[in-house]
Design a protein around this ligand. Structure first.
Ligand SMILES: [Zn+2]
Ligand SMILES: [Zn+2]
Length: 295
């Protein structure tokens, strides 16, 4: 809710004319309550959960039919049918209706408490980017330790086992988890905004970005053209795929976004060993294939 009745009033309060984006925001949000604006996250999450993994469904089906994209699939022996992926989506939607949505509806007081603002002026682009980077780093660090707890005997058997049902992840499986895990992982997601509270728009972007990142890391595909390849210390799909591939015994690759926590705490040794081994095998098979051709 914006505490000005008109754009003129807002301009006088800010001591300048509103930018075109601020005018748009005024027109949209002036008469809406902060609670209603906060609940927009339910729609955004529904759209992200439903639409973002959809291209990966077509990629998976095309691969099964023709072998296209096979070289990008991290676990190429695994094929998912349309009904497999539909089942995963339905399971995720059940969790969305019964856990994610209600959590958004009741968590508004925490947003009020930390002081997420919805008024004017709007944050600058640099402020939004800086806050999103802080949120990513705080989430990554906190999630790392929560995830390690989930891999304790109790945490795994009682809660985290559900997320690991997909030993070869697919996009729709990113939020596929026990309801308790969904609730607990809300804490790392919320921690960044609690430390550095920003504007409601930044909060919307953060909630969407967090899910986009999770869908990418669970895509099951390592596309060389992914722009995330240019982000320093970014884990990505191949990194998290290994965590699922190793499964319940996995004491490796716990981090959700970056690789440095696993490096610092020594929980990426198995992954690095296997990666090196695979590269050596690839290299020697290239050499032996080259030898056959030249004969
Ligand atoms: Zn895990
Ligand atoms: Zn996962």
């Amino acid at each position: 809710m914006i505490p000005y009745a008109t754009i003129e009033e807002a301009s006088i309060a800010l001591g300048r004319n509103l930018t075109s984006l601020e005018t748009l925001w005024f027109d949209y949000s002036a008469t809406k309550s902060d609670y209603y604006l906060y609940c927009h996250n339910i729609l955004f999450l529904f759209l992200v959960f439903s639409l973002v993994p959809l291209p990966l469904v077509f990629v998976e089906l095309a691969r099964s039919a023709s072998g296209w994209f096979d070289s990008y699939k991290i676990q190429p022996k695994v094929h998912y049918s349309l009904s497999d992926m539909l089942k995963c989506y339905i399971d995720v939607m059940k969790m969305f209706i019964f856990v994610v949505g209600p959590l958004q509806l009741v968590s508004y007081p925490s947003i009020q408490l930390i002081g997420i603002r919805s008024g004017l002026p709007l944050p600058s682009l640099s402020e939004i980017v800086a806050q999103l980077i802080v949120y990513l780093m705080v989430e990554d660090y906190t999630n790392y330790w929560v995830h390690r707890f989930f891999h304790s005997k109790w945490g795994y058997e009682k809660i985290h086992r559900v997320h690991h049902e997909y030993t070869a992840p697919i996009g729709y499986a990113a939020p596929y988890a026990h309801w308790a895990e969904v609730l607990i992982l809300g804490i790392p997601t919320f921690m960044g905004p609690a430390i550095a509270p920003g504007h409601m728009i930044t909060f919307w972007l953060w909630i969407a970005l967090r899910q986009l990142e999770a869908i990418e890391t669970h895509s099951g595909y390592d596309f060389p053209w992914s722009p995330t390849k240019y982000i320093p210390f970014y884990g990505g799909a191949e990194y998290h795929d290994y965590h699922h591939y190793v499964g319940g015994q996995s004491q490796s690759n716990f981090a959700s976004v970056f690789t440095y926590c696993d490096y610092i705490y020594g929980t990426d040794k198995g992954y690095r060993f296997q990666k090196k081994l695979l590269e050596q095998i690839k290299e020697s098979s290239k050499k032996s294939n080259g030898g056959i051709k030249s004969d």
